[in-house]
Design a protein around this ligand. Sequence first.
Ligand SMILES: Cc1cc2nc3c(=O)[nH]c(=O)nc-3n(C[C@H](O)[C@H](O)[C@H](O)COP(=O)(O)OP(=O)(O)OC[C@H]3O[C@@H](n4cnc5c(N)ncnc54)[C@H](O)[C@@H]3O)c2cc1C
Length: 340
Amino acid sequence: MQDVKDITIVGAGPTGLFGAFYAGMRGASCCLIDNLDQVGGQLTALYPEKYIFDVAGFPKVLAKDLVRGMAEQALQFHAPVHLGEQVTGLERSSENGHPFFTIVTERDAYPSRTVLIAGGIGAFTPRKLPLKDVDRWYGKGLHDRILDPKVFAGKRVLLVGGGDSAFDWAVNLQGIARSVLMIHRRDGFRAHAATVRQVRELSAAGKMELRVFWELKTIHGGDTIDGVTIVNNKTKEEERVGIDSIIPQLGFISSLGAIAQWGLDIEKGEIKVSQTMATNIPGVFAAGDITTYPGKLKLIATGAAEAAIAVNHAVHFINPGAKIEPGHSSNMALFGQTED
Ligand SMILES: Cc1cc2nc3c(=O)[nH]c(=O)nc-3n(C[C@H](O)[C@H](O)[C@H](O)COP(=O)(O)OP(=O)(O)OC[C@H]3O[C@@H](n4cnc5c(N)ncnc54)[C@H](O)[C@@H]3O)c2cc1C
């Protein structure tokens, strides 16, 4: 059991990160929990190499760079971030007549005075290879998350997919893996043009191999993977290739999961909130893509604004003597400024 926080934030996407910043600015303790291995939500998982043009202050910013800045801003108050943990339960009790919550994950329990759900489109999990018995190869050379690229040192790696992550890893594993073969089922890619160009150049220089219209048919091996059979989906030609490690990068599937069972007022998979971002459960707030209200827009900019509203109201909920209005950061001693 972790120590009690004022605000426990479910989801470390842009909304959760900005919520953590605002909690720190208001002097509220908080922690962030996310199912993914990195912060940034959709920006990190789905489009790290895409430019964003509609966040305030940036005429143009790469999603991964925006996440880097948001994380730096959010974590300046040292809120703990618990990654790779899916929130499954919300237990409700009371402390001195006030609502009290315990957020439960597969690994731990997080006691909290309020909760901010910033779960976006739900918890992401990597999409698995569509092969029978695929689960038996995890731990034997099949990796759908890369925590440490050094694991692939000296290995013959097969990358499956045609999105940003597959292309990024094709480049990043150069000089680490013994060989890299990348296959994709069609000749169109969902990746940054510059990285696609880089991979084509590496391929032309014989430093890796990129094959389009090829799919993975069978994985071979015993205690560990030692090869695969791939098939050309146009010609039906099959080929057996020596491979030690397989990295499918097929995107993510998302689901509200257990959050849907918490007794929240949910409409079409989204949590209904008031103007203060309060849900129907007193002390539980929600912000970002996971919420709905009349006029809702699902954007990074609106998620950030909603996080600020939710956190300021959560602070007031915990301590009704605390002002809802946060004041201006430009005047705050916390940031080394003098008050006007
Ligand atoms: C391809 C693409 C391009 C986009 N371009 C733009 C753009 O140009 N401008 C713009 O404003 N918006 C854009 N968006 C939308 C924008 O990314 C979202 O509005 C934004 O990510 C919402 O942030 P969020 O923090 O609310 O949710 P998310 O980014 O979805 O983050 C939610 C986080 O919560 C975690 N989570 C959920 N449930 C659980 C659980 N039970 N346990 C643990 N963790 C959980 C998830 O793993 C995730 O990391 C784009 C979206 C896509 C897909």
